[in-house]
Design a binder for this molecule. Structure first.
Ligand code: BG6
Length: 518
């Protein structure tokens, strides 16, 4: 298929404003669970990128908190992580001073006495480094510790101090079903006001996810056709080639539906489906997302598919099946693939099927949204002679590539030159993020960390949103738990998931788009 590239001129690029460049107030970022992978691979590299762009206040400290006694080893380890995972030169002149901002405090998450000591330590750092009273607590621990940490922060007066602002960032998973999410919300809001709570979903930190809103609401030509009159169906795919990467015990309890569908994919869906918010303020954006989710009727179990990978080949390498992964039950019933067909019952979307799928060990790593438009009302060219691959007129397709190969492609029909009659062939108009703007080293946490420090909740989940998406998926989880899958594993690693997933689309006359990416 021919491809037409879209270009951004250097002149245009030089005009691009580089963010709001608001700098947070001096303060301390306290990361609970700091000895885990997330801190080293994502959070510290992101914080260093902020430092490189002079977006951190001069008086700012990072305190890693975890159970192990690590001391100075922690700052050195974080420095290595910044270089290895942040694409940073090990001789970067800012690395030394940045490492000087990092310290470590060993704490038993469920020991109240340790929180009194933590409070004293934070006061000491504040006094020594002339940092104000603002604190941001980041919970990156295993989820079973969230409630206890929050309660202890409250009991020590760390959540509502007399001076300064405080907030809490809570990593996913936020609950494991509707009841547990409600309970956690209750525990969180007993200590922190909702305006202090930042439930993080790292998908919202991705430029390409945010760009869905820009694409829709900063351009005049797409919104008029963004509805049931012109759109036939929407597919959202989050495919990974990776397996569970040593996270067997976590994944055994999670599965693909809890891990990706209920959160990342629903966030993406809300950006595709929501009504235009009246502003890009947290309240407005979150209200419209919620309305879109609330318009989704219960998903019949017949419109769901689960799968589990068996052994197979990915990129020429043999990989084991899920049940043979480290610390996974050899008879596990956990799904590593989940797909649903849902509808959104409102005036914009009634009758348009949305197909969502997520899976591990699939053929290709790709996250994308593809929007298939309806055929023109009259196909005047379809009986003309066509040649080669251009045998039938294909509907317009808009593909928003979230990752990798970030970009947007529009497929449309073009007349084949010098061919007999009116032969029509699909061509693609392609916007490639990296080619237009250069490749970015950002991992998405930069934006979210900065927003949390600035108190901007636009890209964070509200309690009502979290509960609404859990309400939608909890009955499916219950139905799956009550009935063991008949045949697991049901797809080979390196394929596009179980064959039965095709049936979700068949009744609408649709097929999964498996030639994803560019
Ligand atoms: C995490 C999941 O939230 O997202 C992982 O727990 C998954 O299982 C990851 O691999 C995918 O994130 P990304 O940014 O690589 O698409």
């Amino acid at each position: 298929m021919a491809t037409i590239a879209m270009r951004v001129s250097q002149e245009d690029l030089s005009q691009v404003p580089r963010g709001t460049e608001r700098i947070p107030e001096p303060g301390i970022l306290v990361i609970f669970g700091a000895s885990g992978d997330l801190t080293k691979r994502k959070l510290l590299p992101a914080l260093f990128h902020l430092e490189q762009n002079s977006l951190l206040p001069a008086n700012f400290a990072i305190v890693g908190v975890a159970r192990r006694s690590l001391g100075d080893e922690f700052a050195n380890d974080m420095r290595e992580g910044i270089v290895e995972f942040g694409g940073v030169d090990k001789n970067d002149p800012k690395l030394d001073s940045f490492a000087g901002r990092i310290s470590y405090f060993a704490l038993n998450f469920d020991d109240p006495g340790h929180y009194a000591a933590l409070k004293a330590e934070l006061d000491r750092i504040s006094a020594e480094k002339n940092i104000g009273p603002d604190r941001l607590f980041y919970l990156a621990t295993a989820p079973e510790f969230f409630a206890g940490i929050i309660e202890n922060l409250g009991a020590q007066g760390l959540a509502q101090p007399e001076k300064g602002k405080t907030a809490v960032v809570i990593e996913k998973p936020f609950g494991h079903d509707l009841d547990s999410a409600r309970e956690l919300n209750h525990q969180v809001n007993a200590v922190f006001h909702e305006s202090q709570v930042f439930r993080i979903d790292h998908y919202l930190g991705k430029e390409t996810v945010q760009n869905v809103l820009v694409f829709r609401f900063a351009n005049g030509i797409f919104e008029p056709i963004w509805n049931r009159n012109y759109i036939d169906s929407v597919q959202i795919t989050a495919a990974e080639t990776l397996g569970v990467e040593g996270r067997g015990p976590f994944y055994e309890k999670a599965g693909a539906l809890r891990d990706i569908l209920q959160n990342h994919m629903m966030e993406l869906l809300s950006f595709v489906a929501m009504e235009p918010p009246s502003s890009f303020e947290a309240e407005s954006v979150r209200r419209e997302k919620l309305k879109a989710w609330q318009a989704i009727p219960p998903i019949p179990i017949l419109n769901t598919v689960r799968g589990q990978y068996g052994p197979g080949v990915i990129d020429g390498q043999r990989v084991p099946g899920y049940r043979d992964e480290e610390r996974v039950d050899p008879e596990s019933g956990t799904e590593t693939y989940a797909a649903v067909r849902l509808e959104i019952e409102n005036w914009r979307w009634a009758g348009v099927p949305f197909y969502l799928r997520a899976g591990k060990r699939l053929k290709k790593r790709v996250t994308e949204v593809s929007i298939q438009f309806k055929q023109p009302p009259l196909l005047i060219f379809n009986r003309m002679q066509s040649a080669g691959p251009c045998t039938e007129i294909q509907p317009n397709l808009l593909t928003i590539r979230i990752q990798p190969d970030e970009g947007i492609a529009l497929r449309f029909g073009a007349k084949v030159p010098n061919a007999p009659g009116m032969s029509v062939c699909p061509v693609i108009m392609d916007f490639d993020y990296a080619a237009a703007f250069g490749r970015s080293t950002a991992n998405g946490y930069e934006r979210l960390l900065l927003d949390a420090m600035l108190g901007d909740q636009t890209l964070f989940a509200h309690r009502d949103g979290v509960e609404t998406t859990w309400a939608l998926y909890t009955p499916i989880l219950q139905a799956w738990a009550n009935k063991k899958p008949e045949v697991f594993p049901n797809y080979f690693a390196g394929k596009w998931g179980p064959e039965c997933a095709d049936r979700l689309l068949e009744k609408d006359g649709n097929v999964w788009r498996n030639n994803l990416g560019k």
